[in-house]
Design a protein around this ligand. Structure first.
Ligand SMILES: [Zn+2]
Length: 406
């Protein structure tokens, strides 16, 4: 999947091999849904802090003193430090080149009113000042033509608009000097959980957006990977409500779903009726969350009660574990194997804005569900629906961390 969210706040300490996490937010990612969080100074792990102080003599008027590249869960930040009297006049540029990227390099451009970030001729982002002589910006990886986990080779060069002091002095300089580049391996963003929305119960999302969430219950099973392959081909996420005791042996499947942008959620440990609540419910939910977290590093944000059997104590217990309770508002009864066409038609007849569509990837022969899925997806896409995870549908912001390269 792509990582296109654009904003984050940094808060938590490292856990489970992950770096500090951030809360990502944007309308364009499957997971991220909240309004843009306030931007803070970069406190995410700095992948590289590369500093050069240029020499004397003929280089005395060079303009760049240091450059730093840092990674967020969805992009890269660049900070460039300038000499106190940089001599860079209006029209001058400082460009960051990423080797191997097909995208034009982003450039800080000096204008009368201050610095602008441009890619080609268009303004591509905001520039903030760092101290008295530094400038910084942050851009999504996709804007830079880069992908998570890849190796980047980068350098920074200035191009003065007008050379003061005559042609003998350098009009441009570069970090690092010469033709060298700095090499960094990017980290991998992974979802870690989501902000707690309290003890609440939902049957669907808001009808104000043309969005739907596909959900699959009772896995993981032998059918889960088939469903995932269909979702991946369509480029859409789904939410898997899983049974805790079935997770063992499917850990890699779960990690693959997280990597795809799918959401993992709790459907109890052994699919017992928990409608009455009580301590057993807490144990069933906790054990399942623990298994999901151990396999993936992700703490579920959602609980779906087996059989849709729910009461206020159960909702409160799920809420105490950081989960909203989610049922559905579109049910094709695929578990009863009514036939591929019946599954397709029931979903397409019931679907609406904010729909949470119930399907099953476990609990028996799910070949009809698998067979119905491509038609359902393509028809809903033709109707203009956007597929999102349930947390995205409900506006629960997902948190991310960065995993170091292996
Ligand atoms: Zn179930």
């Amino acid at each position: 999947m792509t990582w296109r969210s654009r904003s984050l706040v940094v808060a938590l300490a490292a856990t489970a091999g992950l770096s500090p996490t951030g809360t990502a937010a944007a309308a364009t990612t499957p997971q991220a849904t909240s309004p843009a969080a306030p931007r803070t100074a970069p406190a995410l792990p700095t992948l590289h802090a590369f500093s050069v102080v240029h020499g004397s003599g003929a280089d005395a008027r060079v303009k760049l003193t240091a450059a730093q590249l840092w990674q967020t869960t969805d992009g890269l930040g660049v900070t460039v430090q300038l000499r106190r009297r940089s001599g860079l006049t209006t029209g001058s540029k400082i460009c960051v080149t990423f080797g191997g990227s097909a995208v034009q390099p982003p450039c800080f451009r000096k204008e009368r009113s201050g610095w602008r970030l441009t890619i080609g001729h268009r303004v591509a982002g905001a520039v903030a000042l760092v101290g008295r002589h530094g400038i910084t910006t942050e851009l999504p990886l996709s804007t830079l033509g880069l992908a998570p986990s890849q190796t980047v080779r980068w350098s920074v060069a200035s191009a003065a608009h007008a050379c003061k002091g005559g042609g003998a002095l350098p009009c441009s300089d570069r970090i690092p000097s010469g033709t060298r580049t700095v090499t960094n391996r990017l980290w991998t963003p992974v979802a870690t959980g989501c902000a707690d929305a309290g003890a609440r119960a939902f049957t669907g999302g808001p009808a104000t957006r043309h969005e739907v969430a596909m959900t699959f219950d009772d896995g993981p099973s032998e059918y889960t990977a088939q469903i995932q392959a269909i979702l991946r081909k369509a480029g859409i996420p789904a939410t898997f409500f899983m049974i805790g005791r079935q997770i063992a042996g499917h850990e890699a499947q779960l990690r693959s779903e997280i990597a795809d942008g799918d959401e993992l959620a709790d459907h109890s440990w052994s699919h017992v009726d928990l409608g009455g609540g009580g301590p057993l419910a807490t144990t069933q939910l906790t054990d399942t969350n623990d298994a999901i977290r151990a396999a993936t590093g992700f703490s579920p944000c959602l609980f779906r009660p087996p059989y849709g059997s729910v009461g206020s104590d159960l909702v409160a217990r799920a809420g105490a574990l950081g989960m909203s309770t989610v049922t559905w508002n579109v049910d094709p009864q695929d578990w009863a194997r009514p036939g591929v066409e019946a599954i397709e038609q029931r979903i397409l007849a019931q679907v609406k804005d904010g729909a949470i569509i119930l399907d099953h990837d476990g609990g028996g022969d799910r070949s009809q569900t698998v067979a119905a899925l491509p038609t359902v997806i393509s028809e809903l896409q033709a109707r203009g629906y956007r597929f999102v995870t349930v947390s995205a549908l409900l506006g629960k912001p997902v948190t991310y961390g960065l995993r170091a390269p292996r």
